[in-house]
Design a protein around this ligand. Structure first.
Ligand code: FAD
Length: 565
C-alpha cells in the first residue's frame, strides 16, 4: 500500500498551494484526476485581488476596505473574521507567487498591475494579461516539482477512509489501469474544485463535477451554503465560455437591443462593475423583458477600448470571441448571456481548512470557510485558493507535530477498497435501460432553468421532484463499456450519482431559504430576511437525502445594511 505522510487530492491552485506548504517539512503526495496544469484553475482569466494600491486610482485601498467590499458583496453572509483574515494574507501571498516567478503584468514603474473588478471600491485585481490562473498554476506546479512533491496523475479519488473519527487514507481509481489503489496517510487535504457541471450553461470545465465534495459529504462532513451558486454575467452566447469580468474592468459596456447601457437602471454608480449577482439579474431581466437579442443574449461592447488595449489586455478574450462566435471584438460587440460559474458553498471548514474529521482538510472552491457568503466578488476566488491552500497546509504541519500515532488504519483502507470494487461490479452489471448521459443532461437543464438566476417555490419544487425522479432512474442505468482500462463511460456514470446528490442538496437548501440574498434570488420572497436567515445552511448526509440545519454567521464590525451600488 502506498504511504505518504500527507496526501493532497487535487492539483489546482488550492491543492498545489497546500502541497507546496506541507512539502517543506513532510513527505507530501498529490493525487489528481487530470495532470496538474490541466486543472480548471488554468482557465481563470481576469485576476486575483489584493489591496496593494499599485494603481494610482487605488492608492487609498486597504485591508479594511477590501474586507468591507467582500462582506458587502457577500450580502453579509460571509464570516467576517474569515474574510478579514483572507484579505490580511492577500498581498503576502501575491508577492510570494511573484518571487516564485509568476509573470504578473506591470505598471509603467514596474509594480504588479491592478485592474478594476466588480463590486470593488478600488482597482485591486492583479493580473497576468487575461491568463492569470494559467500563470499562477504553472508557477505553483514548478514550485511543487522543486520540492519533490510526488504526483499521481489520472487517479480519481472515490473514498475518504475514516477510522475512529480520524482520516487514515483515501481510495483512488487508477483511470489508466482500472485498478483501485489504496493510499495511507496521516492527513488529507482536498482541493478538488467546484460542482459547476451539475448545471447547464456552465463556464466550468467538464471535470468540475464536485466529486470531492460528494466524497466528503458521504463520509459525514457537512456541506455549507450550497444553494449559493454564482451566475457570471458574461459568458459567450452559444458555448458559455467565460468572457472575463476584466473586459468590463478595462471599460467594456453592456448594451441591450435598443443600444442602451442598461446598467444605469440597476447600478447607477457602479454600472457594468456592479457585483456579479446584480449584473447577472440585470442582464436576465433585459432578456426576459424583450430587450435582448433573439435567442436570449445582450452585447458586451469593447470597440471603444481600441485595438491596442484589446490586444494588450484582453488577447485571450479576443481569440475566444473570434474562434467560438466568429466575432472580432475590435470591430463588433460580443454576444453574451449569464452562465453558471462558481459555487460559494462547499465542504464546511474552519479558518484553517479543518473539518469535523481529524486530519481532513479542504481548501479552494470545494470548500466553504465561509469568505464569499451569498455572492463572491470577482478576483476573490483565486485569492481564496492560494490563501486557504497555504493556511490549511500550515495547520496540517501543526497537526502533524502533535500527532503521536502513525501508519494506522490498514484494515479499514483495505475494507474500503473492497467496497469500491464491489460498487463498480454492481454498477457494471446493471442491465438497465437508462442512459446516464441523458440523465446528466436532464439534471443540468433542470438546475439552470429551475434553480437558476431567478427562483420560486413552484419552480424549485418541480426541480426537486425531477431530481428524485432522476435518482430513481439512475438505479436502472446501463454502462455500455464493461472494461476496466480507461473506462470513461464507467467514470461518467459513477460520478453522476454524486452530482445528483449535490443537486439534491442545492435544491433543498434553496427551497428552505425563504428569502433573497446575494445569488439566491426568489421572486416569491424578494427581500433579505436577516431575522430568520442570517445563517449558514448546513446539509448533512443521510441515505434518504440531505438533512438541513443552520449555523451562525460571524459578525465582527459590520452590521448588515441594504446593498446599493
Ligand atoms: C472560466 C473561469 C474563469 C475564472 N476566472 C477567475 C478569475 O479571474 N479570478 C478569480 O478569482 N476566480 C476565477 N475563477 C474561479 C477560479 O478559477 C476557481 O474557483 C479556482 O481556480 C478553483 O481552484 P481549485 O484549486 O479550488 O480547483 P480546480 O482548479 O478546479 O482544481 C481541482 C483539482 O482537483 C482534481 N480533482 C477533482 N476531483 C477529483 C477526484 N475525485 N479525484 C482526484 N482529483 C480530483 C482535479 O484534477 C484538479 O486538479 C474562474 C472560473 C472559471 C470557470
Amino acid at each position: 500500500m502506498k504511504y505518504h505522510e500527507i496526501i493532497v487530492v487535487g492539483a489546482g491552485l488550492a491543492g498545489l498551494r497546500a502541497a507546496v506548504e506541507t512539502a517543506t517539512e513532510f513527505d507530501t503526495a498529490i493525487i489528481t484526476q487530470v495532470p496538474p496544469v490541466r486543472s480548471h484553475s488554468g482557465a481563470a482569466q481576469g485576476g486575483v485581488n489584493a489591496p496593494m494600491g499599485n494603481n494610482p486610482a487605488g492608492k487609498d485601498d486597504s485591508v479594511e476596505k477590501h474586507s468591507y467590499d467582500t462582506i458587502k458583496g457577500s450580502d453579509f453572509l460571509a464570516d467576517q473574521d474569515a474574510a478579514e483574515m483572507m484579505i490580511g494574507e492577500a498581498a503576502p501571498c501575491i508577492y510570494e507567487l511573484e518571487h516564485w516567478g509568476c509573470p504578473f503584468s506591470r505598471t509603467p514603474e514596474g509594480k504588479i498591475a491592478q485592474r478594476p473588478f466588480g463590486g470593488a471600491g478600488y482597482p485591486r485585481t492583479c493580473y497576468a494579461a487575461d491568463k492569470t490562473g494559467l500563470y499562477m498554476l504553472h508557477t505553483l506546479w514548478e514550485r511543487s516539482v522543486a520540492l519533490n512533491v510526488k504526483t499521481y496523475e489520472e487517479r480519481f479519488v472515490t473514498d475518504l477512509v475514516v477510522e475512529d473519527g480520524k482520516v487514515v487514507g483515501v481510495i483512488a481509481l487508477n483511470i489508466l489501469t482500472g485498478e483501485f489503489e489504496p493510499f495511507m496517510s496521516e492527513a488529507v487535504i482536498f482541493g478538488t474544485g467546484g460542482p459547476g457541471q451539475v448545471y447547464g450553461r456552465s463556464t466550468n470545465a467538464l471535470i468540475s463535477t464536485g466529486s470531492g465534495a460528494y466524497v466528503a459529504y458521504k463520509r459525514g462532513v457537512p456541506l455549507k451554503d450550497m444553494e449559493f451558486i454564482q451566475f457570471h454575467p458574461t459568458s459567450l452566447f452559444g458555448t458559455n465560455i467565460l468572457m472575463t469580468e476584466g473586459a468590463r474592468g478595462e471599460g467594456g459596456y453592456l448594451v441591450n437591443n435598443k443600444g442602451e447601457r442598461f446598467m444605469s437602471k440597476y447600478a447607477p454608480t457602479a454600472m457594468e462593475l456592479g457585483p456579479r449577482d446584480i449584473v447577472s439579474r440585470s442582464i436576465q431581466t433585459e432578456i426576459n423583458e424583450g430587450r435582448g437579442f433573439e435567442g436570449g443574449y445582450v452585447h458586451l461592447d469593447l470597440r471603444h477600448l481600441g485595438r491596442e488595449k484589446i490586444l494588450d489586455r484582453l488577447p485571450g478574450i479576443r481569440d475566444i470571441a473570434i474562434n467560438f462566435a466568429g466575432v472580432d471584438p475590435i470591430d463588433a460587440p460580443i454576444p453574451i448571456q449569464p452562465g453558471q460559474h462558481y459555487a460559494m458553498g462547499g465542504i464546511s471548514t474552519d479558518k484553517n481548512g479543518a473539518t469535523n474529521i481529524k486530519g481532513f482538510y479542504a481548501a479552494g472552491e470545494c470548500a466553504c470557510v465561509s469568505v464569499h457568503g451569498a455572492n463572491r466578488l470577482g478576483g476573490n476566488s483565486l485569492l481564496d485558493t492560494v490563501v486557504f491552500g497555504k493556511l490549511s497546509g500550515k495547520h496540517v504541519k501543526v497537526f502533524m507535530k502533535t500527532k503521536t500515532e502513525r501508519k494506522k488504519g490498514e484494515a479499514a483502507i483495505m475494507k474500503a477498497l473492497e467496497e469500491q470494487e464491489r460498487v463498480r461490479e454492481e454498477l457494471l452489471s446493471r442491465g438497465g435501460t437508462e442512459n446516464h448521459a441523458a440523465i446528466r443532461d436532464e439534471m443540468k437543464e433542470t438546475m439552470i432553468l429551475k434553480v437558476g438566476i431567478f427562483r420560486d417555490e413552484k419552480l424549485m419544487q418541480e426541480a426537486l421532484t425531477k431530481i428524485l425522479e432522476l435518482k430513481s432512474r439512475y438505479k436502472n442505468i446501463r454502462v455500455m463499456n464493461k472494461g476496466r482500462k480507461y473506462n470513461l463511460d464507467y467514470l461518467r456514470a459513477y460520478e453522476l450519482w454524486g452530482m445528483l446528490e449535490l443537486a439534491h442538496v442545492i435544491a433543498l437548501g434553496a427551497i428552505e431559504r425563504k428569502e433573497s440574498r446575494g445569488s439566491h434570488s426568489r421572486t416569491d420572497f424578494p427581500k433579505r430576511d436577516d431575522a430568520k436567515y442570517l445563517k449558514h445552511t448546513i446539509a448533512t448526509y443521510t441515505p434518504s437525502g440531505p438533512k438541513i440545519s443552520y449555523s451562525d454567521v460571524t459578525i465582527t464590525k459590520h452590521q448588515p445594511v441594504e446593498r446599493k451600488y
